[in-house]
Design a protein around this ligand. Structure first.
Ligand code: AHG
Ligand code: MN
Ligand code: MN
Length: 334
């Protein structure tokens, strides 16, 4: 029996696609592959405490950071699903130095490129806190069939065809946009499918939560410090709450639903901040803007308008409720 008003992710994508008469259905297939990989990673995350997939992998990723086993597993699982699906011609990943070309017979006519952070918030794996996967979908610029080059992968965020994240939290959700608003689907593990649970998400215009790593306070610029001071000393103004778990997906998700700002500014030792434009900033910026929020580098520049010059480029991030982003920028400009 089909339950009234229950909309599955596949149904939703098919409905969206039917509104575009010229649509080939290839994007739907990309979502099918992402959904499949998400379910596999979800399974592995859920048994992370039971089998030997916890802890450091013993190598460092291209950012020079320690790679956890689950980062590698998630990277392989998404790559495998997207390759076997046949609708993706190249992948760039936080865990890979260069472009991962997919040149099988099945994929030779594919036009989509995926940028992904297969496991975000990896320092939370060992402590059973929420982690996620972030992805962006682009269309290649060069003709299909030929080799994918740097111009194909280094596109501005404004060129994203779709973006989303999966959060492996107290429940597992996929949240995405194809440029027609933001919708969230929650995994019902009893039937093994993602069901529409949060239609047309809107970020509250203003909020009370600020999310920033307080440990880098002394290394932030004076404008951001003043904004943090303003939030801390909010007794006779509005009362703010600091909430920060160190997993962008989880911190962002909370703020999107409740109203808040997520910040990762530049610091004296990291002038471009920590977060990666292609894998973290752009997809989250697309979702933010589609939900009515604002996503900037703190100096009035839209993240999605930055021109990437390298795959692993970083940039400062200020995103969330638009009034809060405007407020912090007013402190930075002072
Ligand atoms: P990843 O696990 O993919 O390397 O990303 C971690 C990122 C992001 O999720 C989080 O917001 C940020 O790093 C936390 O950094 P700090 O520990 O410096 O606060
Ligand atoms: Mn990350
Ligand atoms: Mn990661």
């Amino acid at each position: 029996m089909r339950i009234n008003k229950v909309i599955s992710l596949s149904q939703f994508i098919a409905d969206q696609q039917s509104k575009f008469p010229g649509a080939t259905g290839d994007l739907s297939k990309i979502f099918r592959d992402i959904k499949f990989a998400a379910k596999i990673v979800n399974r592995d995350v859920r048994k992370a405490g039971l089998v030997d997939i916890l802890g450091a992998h013993g190598t460092v990723n291209v950012q020079g950071e320690e790679v956890k086993k689950l980062d590698m597993i998630a990277n392989e699982e998404f790559k495998s699903s997207l390759t076997l699906g046949g609708d993706c011609c190249a992948i760039i990943s936080e865990e890979e130095e260069d472009i991962h070309h997919i040149e099988t017979t099945l994929n030779q006519d594919s036009k989509y490129i995926i940028a992904m952070d297969p496991l975000d918030g990896s320092s939370n794996i060992d402590v059973n806190a929420s982690i996620g996967t972030i992805f962006s979908v682009y269309q290649r610029i060069t003709p299909v069939g030929g080799p994918v080059n740097m111009d194909d992968v280094l596109q501005k965020g404004t060129n994203q065809v779709a973006a989303g994240y999966i959060i492996y939290g107290s429940s597992t959700m996929i949240i995405f946009t194809t440029g027609q608003g933001v919708n969230a689907f929650t995994l019902d593990s009893s039937i093994g499918d993602f069901l529409l649970s949060h239609p047309d998400i809107q970020i509250p215009k203003d909020g009370k939560i600020y999310s920033i790593n307080d440990g880098i306070y002394d290394r932030m610029g004076p404008g951001v410090q003043k904004y943090v001071d303003y939030c801390r000393n909010s007794i006779d103004k509005e009362t703010y709450s600091a909430r920060y778990i160190g997993s962008m997906v989880a911190d962002f998700h909370r703020n999107m639903l409740k109203g808040g700002i997520f910040m990762y500014p530049s610091t004296t030792d990291a002038p471009n901040g920590k977060l990666r434009l292609m894998f973290e900033s752009n997809p989250m910026a697309f979702i933010t803007e589609q939900a009515g929020g604002k996503a900037t580098t703190g100096d009035g520049k839209r993240i999605m308008e930055l021109q990437p010059t390298k795959i692993h480029q970083r940039n400062p991030v200020f995103m969330g409720s638009p009034d809060m982003v405007n407020k912090v920028e007013s402190f930075i400009y002072k």
